[in-house]
Design a protein around this ligand. Structure first.
Ligand code: MRU
Length: 352
């Protein structure tokens, strides 16, 4: 395996500068790995644009970014509690619609709306968003600690999409587990699915793992099942965008196929996600909205058009994996194992 050249340190994925009258900074992930460009976001329109274009992405990260977007969108509301709450509800609706699958975004916005309903001030809203931001950093840390013993010395771990610092406000979810194991002295290697169409694996995951010194090779998504079948993968570790009450979960398109291959060949398949990714309102995967993105993403690569004019394409950004294919959920509160219905219910009620 070639020795990777360590990439330069990255600026924070998300940062807020100043008080409630300040601004949001987002590392523009569409330009990685070649360019480190930090976007200055001063309005909710700019925040929504950055979320829709995937300048900021990953379920927990878009929850935090949307919270700050709400601050930007309501801070010039007319005086008076009723006028303030009207604007909050309007802006909250626009932010929630910007990316429908990751429940962290909706949960963050709903939590802010509840907070300001009790105390309708910008300061209260800002405090709530800062709390969501800080809690995400802590959740990532805990996920890493709870999951790290699942990674064994000498293992080859396969992962999909990007679930690291670039997908959260902290160390990540599935990648936080790998970072924690590596720092505990466990030596392993990683296969990163490239994750077509937008190549989060090649552009982002490989960058983050190399920065930590973890050996990583990229594979095309279609290679994964064959490598799993031939015994070349010991553990598959992915993140989640929304987890239903029965353990079905939505994640980047391609996750379901990985889970099927793992079940067929008895390879452990684990999902790392914070409690904020669980959605008890969804009884199963059937209740989850799946984002459909523009066909252009499939028909182009790095801006280059691949197909003849007129060719159609389907671009579901996520798929649903049934909970029965999951060996366990690595959460900030511990590792959950089947049967998921009672276990998830107990965990979420203990949290409230
Ligand atoms: O479309 P993206 O890049 O936002 O998709 C991200 C994923 O699917 C991640 O696996 C998921 O958000 C969990 S990462 C913390």
């Amino acid at each position: 395996m070639p020795t990777p050249v360590p990439p330069p340190a990255l600026p924070p994925t998300i940062a807020w500068r100043g008080g409630a009258d300040g601004h949001l900074e987002l590392l523009d992930q569409t330009r990685l790995p070649h360019e480190q460009h930090v976007l200055e976001i001063h309005s909710v329109e700019q925040a929504i644009d950055a979320i829709v274009r995937l300048c900021v992405r990953g379920a927990p990260a878009i929850g935090v970014a949307a919270g700050y977007g709400l601050v930007l969108g309501v801070r010039n509301a007319s005086p008076g509690a009723a006028a303030f709450l009207d604007v909050v509800r309007d802006v909250a609706g626009r932010l929630t619609a910007s990316r429908p699958t990751a429940v962290n975004l909706k949960a963050a916005i709903d939590r802010c709306v509840v907070a300001v309903a009790a105390e309708p001030t910008l300061e209260r809203l800002f405090r709530e968003v800062q709390a969501i931001h800080a809690e995400d950093v802590e959740s990532c840390q805990s996920i890493g600690q709870h999951g790290r013993d699942l990674v064994k010395a000498g293992a080859t771990v396969l992962t999909h999409c990007n679930t690291g610092r670039l997908a959260t406000a902290g160390e990540g979810t599935a990648l936080a587990v790998l970072f924690a194991a590596w720092r505990a002295g466990v030596r392993f290697r990683v296969l990163a699915n490239e994750t077509r169409p937008l190549l989060q694996g090649t552009r982002l995951t490989a960058l983050e793992l190399a920065a930590e010194g973890i050996p990583v090779e990229v594979i095309v998504d279609g290679a994964a099942a064959g490598l799993i079948a031939r015994g070349q993968v010991n553990l598959v570790l992915v993140g989640a965008d929304r987890i239903a009450a029965n353990g079905d979960f939505a994640n980047k398109v391609g996750t379901y196929g990985l889970a099927l291959a793992c079940a067929a060949h008895r390879v452990p398949f684990y999902v790392a996600a914070p409690v904020s990714t669980f959605d008890l309102e969804a009884a199963s995967g059937d209740a989850m909205p799946l984002e459909q993105r523009d066909a252009t993403e499939v028909l182009t690569l790095g801006g280059q058009v691949l197909a003849r004019p007129g060719l159609g394409a389907r671009n579901p950004a996520f798929d649903i994996t049934p909970g029965r294919l999951v060996r366990g959920f690595i959460t900030d509160l511990g590792v959950l194992e089947p049967p998921f219905v009672p276990v998830i219910k107990t965990m979420l009620s203990a949290r409230r």
